[in-house]
Write a protein that binds this ligand. Structure first.
Ligand SMILES: Nc1ncnc2c1ncn2[C@@H]1O[C@H](COP(=O)(O)OP(=O)(O)OP(=O)(O)O)[C@@H](O)[C@H]1O
Length: 220
């Protein structure tokens, strides 16, 4: 469960990216966050991942008060969150396999099980058999699938993605949207931001619409 209560985020320099945002996303929901460029979508997602801290208000994930976490507790929070963020690019000098394995290496996951998990994650995103390829040789949509495999390899209960369909043509974007729907159908809570709500319309998501740092509508 993700709970925001009257969250304000003011960046150094004084820009107010979020001006008092409250919502709840319950376990097992699929929620789509939309809004114009600069509306505060990335900021909202970064607050969930403890990449940014709120200026005021509270953010809690599964009952944990995120801004109150000690720095050394943050990696444990992130292990339960699958993150597909715009600035978390792939490592281009490493294979697809190594990119997806990385979070398990960082977490000190037992090697034998890690190998199985990487295979399962790549299978899940439709990239089985592509392990040895380098990211630069893949299409934009395939690279996004690698980033998604990397995000789910720790088997998170919550998956957060910041415009995962940006720069993809409609066919690829629809495939990625379907992938998020399939994770949600498997029980994962999904929050995904997009410029194009239509991509998820057929999946009847919960809608969160940001405008100038305020939530315009929290649909059912
Ligand atoms: N680190 C920062 N320092 C100062 N201002 C920032 C910082 N990060 C974001 N902002 C500002 O906060 C506002 C909201 O940015 P944010 O990236 O959250 O919007 P967004 O809805 O994700 O936009 P886009 O769709 O273009 O990615 C923008 O005006 C942006 O310039």
């Amino acid at each position: 469960m993700i709970v925001f209560n009257e969250v304000v985020k003011r960046y150094p320099g004084g820009y107010t990216a979020l001006a008092g945002v409250s919502f709840e996303i319950r376990h097992g929901e699929l929620a789509v966050l939309s809004g114009h460029s600069g509306a505060g979508k990335s900021t909202l997602l970064k607050l969930i991942a403890a990449i940014e801290r709120p200026t005021s208000g509270s953010v809690s994930i599964n009952g944990q008060d995120v801004p109150a976490l000690r720095p050394r507790a943050i990696p444990y929070l992130r292990r339960n969150l699958g993150l597909v963020l715009q600035e978390h690019r792939l490592l281009y000098d490493r294979s697809v396999y190594d990119n997806v394995m990385l979070p398990l290496v960082i977490a000190g996951h037992p090697a034998r099980d890690a190998v199985k998990r990487v295979a399962a994650a790549l299978e899940r995103v439709g990239l089985a058999g592509r392990e040895r390829e380098m990211p630069a040789g893949l299409s934009g949509g395939e690279q996004q699938r690698v980033a998604i495999a990397r995000a789910i390899v720790n088997r998170p209960t919550i998956l957060i993605a910041d415009e995962p369909t940006a720069h993809l043509d409609t066919a690829y974007a629809n495939e990625i949207a379907n992938l998020f729907k399939s994770f949600n159908a498997a029980g994962v809570t999904v929050l995904v931001s997009t410029h194009d709500e239509r991509l998820f319309a057929q999946h009847s998501p919960r809608r969160l619409v940001l405008s100038k740092g305020l939530l315009q509508g929290v649909g059912a």
